[in-house]
Design a protein around this ligand. Structure first.
Ligand code: ADP
Length: 627
């Protein structure tokens, strides 16, 4: 029999220390408990793992969790165990003794699929609730015969988009998961993904051969993330000041190339910042170590190409800074979404402009497959529109995923909503640029047009006689970067076009003629903020799941928070696990505010379940009492 709603809440509190489900969690759990196939689309940080962990404990028997990365499994197992959930893993890198221990724990577990309790004496201390495996396990005869003897209550497929060749993380090994429903007809499958595109979603359901799954698609809104775009000027200096403003704060900086990753990491290190590089050109061991050190809070910043992603399960990333233009809005959403998984405020900042658009166009031009080229070109156009937008950024992102955002206008939303991005009328400047383009025969790129407009006396300009045209020097009262931004903005609004050639040139469009004829006004985003803009932390309140997330105001609370963080780090090091597995930032913040001095009071803190109370409660109570 399925437990009632009240029981599920009791389990939520006992196991995880949470009082409320996040949106959609209860619906997913109900569907899993009713033993049907379920397909769940939820953004990163939405709380997918709880959707299979809780039913795995509640249902008789155990759940097989299929996860793509062996490297991540250990942390997943540690995190589940820290909540008192009996988790094990089976993989090829295990020593025989470890394997044997896992198998014997499994044989002490009740049978799952038929719900029969074939081992009445099995107690909760020895069995297994969750068994983590990689997809390749299913080609191992010993494993499949184990499944036949001792069927699980259900399969949970994590990162299910890995089965789709349309997605960005395709893993051929995932394809064989399509056989599960035929091989184990009585065992339900729950598949989870954070992929937002509908096309990939349909593909997943088909390839996994889910049987009339109950589909739950959560909102892609991430209320605790604050979006901002900052014009790219001197990126090296901008990155440095951005990181300096956030000392000791964990963050990810994405760069477009390996070389830029190395340069940025080196310049941050030279400034005394614990920054590490991550890209596919590094040796495997170095890459794994850098990721591990970031994960364990031993380095605050990781500078990475987009090779860095799925392997990261760190919940307290407080910012994601894209220092180069991402290839698509989908990519941008997923990469920036690695911030703030713990639900605490975090910043997603994009440095946009410079030569990025032209570089991207150049690379797209090198793509030989015309379909792929057209797709990349459309994706770039979306990205350009996002970065040059003078409307709410969250609205735009969600619109891209087919969602309407209903409450823009609060400062925690984005730089535009916070009033940091004003639009200014640039109709006259647009006309100047367009006129310079027309008078030079639409045969020149951004750099040359800007030189003409500001009245440069360079050899390039003179040799072509461009110092004699009417527009030469008309814009000398404004600096070169201003004119570059005007041109970027005109491109992003499609009022002019930039060609795809190796040396891209600017072309007028139908819309340009309207502007030149004075029939159409043009506005552009004008930025007032510093390199990083305001931070999410400074937005006083942001709504998350109906809770108000408070930002620490009082200095004594902040001081205690830092002390608790240090204690958390010490405990995490003793146990060889990442800090967030002990307690999340959100839990420590709640603790610093409530100052519990008894175990009963400690049990009230958000994220302190029975197991964590028993494991860590005493030490934290003592630390607070001594403060
Ligand atoms: P996902 O896999 O969807 O990216 P996770 O399962 O890692 O997300 O969950 C993200 C964070 O949210 C974790 O720290 C988790 O403990 C927390 N969380 C999950 N469910 C809840 C809840 N009901 N209340 C509060 N925090 C939750």
């Amino acid at each position: 029999m399925n437990p009632g709603r009240a029981d599920l809440h009791a389990e939520l509190l006992r196991l995880f220390g949470y009082r409320e489900f996040r949106p959609n969690q209860q619906e997913v759990i109900d569907a899993v408990l009713s033993r049907r196939d379920v397909f769940v689309v939820m953004p990163t940080g939405g709380g997918k793992s709880l959707c299979y962990q809780l039913p795995a404990v509640v249902l008789p028997g155990y759940c097989v969790v299929i996860s793509p990365l062996i490297a991540l499994m250990k942390d997943q197992v540690d995190a589940a165990r820290a909540n008192g959930i009996r988790a094990e893993l089976l993989n090829s890198s295990q020593a025989p003794a470890q394997r044997a221990a896992t198998l014997s724990a499994l044989s002490a577990t009740q049978a799952g699929a038929d719900g029969e309790n074939d081992l009445p004496g099995a107690d909760r201390g020895t069995g297994v609730d969750l068994l983590y495996v990689a997809p390749e396990r299913f080609s191992d005869a010993a494993f499949t015969s184990l499944l036949a003897q001792r069927p699980p209550s259900f399969f949970a497929i994590d990162e299910a988009h890995c089965v789709s060749e349309w997605g960005h993380d395709f893993r051929p090994d995932y394809l064989r998961l399509g056989e599960l429903s035929a091989t184990y007809p009585g065992i339900p499958i729950a598949a989870f993904t954070a992929t937002a595109t509908h096309k990939v979603q349909r593909d997943i359901v088909e390839r996994l051969r889910l049987r009339e799954p109950h589909v739950v698609r959560a909102s892609f809104d991430r209320p605790n993330l604050r979006y901002a775009v900052v014009p790219k000027k001197k990126e090296g200096a901008q990155i440095l000041s951005f990181v300096r403003e956030r000392p000791g704060v964990p963050g990810i900086i994405y760069r477009a190339t390996r070389k830029k990753v190395e340069q940025t990491a080196a310049s941050l290190q030279a400034d005394g910042i614990r920054a590490l590089p991550y890209h596919a050109g590094l040796e495997d061991a170095v890459r794994a170590e850098n990721q591990e050190r970031f994960q364990r809070d031993e380095a605050e910043v990781i500078v990475a190409t987009i090779a860095f992603g799925m392997g990261i399960d760190k919940s307290n990333v407080r910012y994601v800074l894209h220092a180069d233009l991402p290839k698509s809005l989908e990519g941008y959403y997923q990469e920036s979404g690695r911030a703030g998984r713990d639900g605490e405020p975090a910043d997603c900042v994009l440095l946009a402009g410079g030569g990025d658009i032209a570089t991207a166009r150049y690379f797209i031009n090198q793509i030989t497959d015309p379909d792929q080229q057209a797709r990349s070109s459309r994706a770039l156009a979306e990205m350009i529109r996002y970065s040059g937008s003078i409307g709410c950024r969250r609205t735009q992102l969600l619109h891209y995923f087919g969602e309407e955002y209903d409450s823009p206008g609060h400062p925690g939303c984005c730089d535009v909503c916070a009033g940091e991005v004003h639009s200014v009328d640039i109709t006259r400047d647009a006309q100047i640029v367009m006129s310079a383009m027309a008078r030079t025969g639409q045969r020149f790129g951004v750099g040359h047009i800007v030189e003409v407009v500001v009245g440069s006396d360079s050899e390039r300009v003179r040799s072509r006689g461009h110092h004699q045209i009417k527009t030469w020097g008309v814009g000398a009262d404004k600096p070169t970067p201003h004119w570059r931004r005007v041109i970027d903005s005109l491109i992003s609004q499609r009022l002019i076009e930039q060609t795809d050639e190796k040396f891209p040139t600017l072309r007028l469009t139908e819309a340009s003629r309207e502007v030149l004829a004075g029939e159409r006004a043009v506005a552009m985003a004008e930025f007032h903020a510093s390199a990083g803009g305001r931070t999410a932390g400074r937005a006083r309140r942001s709504r998350i799941d109906g809770d108000d997330v408070r930002v620490i105001d009082a200095p004594e609370t902040q001081r205690l928070f830092e002390q608790l963080r240090a204690l958390r780090k010490q405990i995490a090091d003793e146990q060889g696990v990442p800090a967030y597995i002990v307690f999340t930032d959100r839990t420590l913040r709640d603790m610093a505010e409530r100052r519990p001095t008894t175990m009963d009071e400690m049990a009230e803190v958000h994220g302190v379940g029975t197991e964590k109370l028993a494991r860590y409660g005493e030490r934290f109570v003592q630390a607070i009492a001594l403060d």
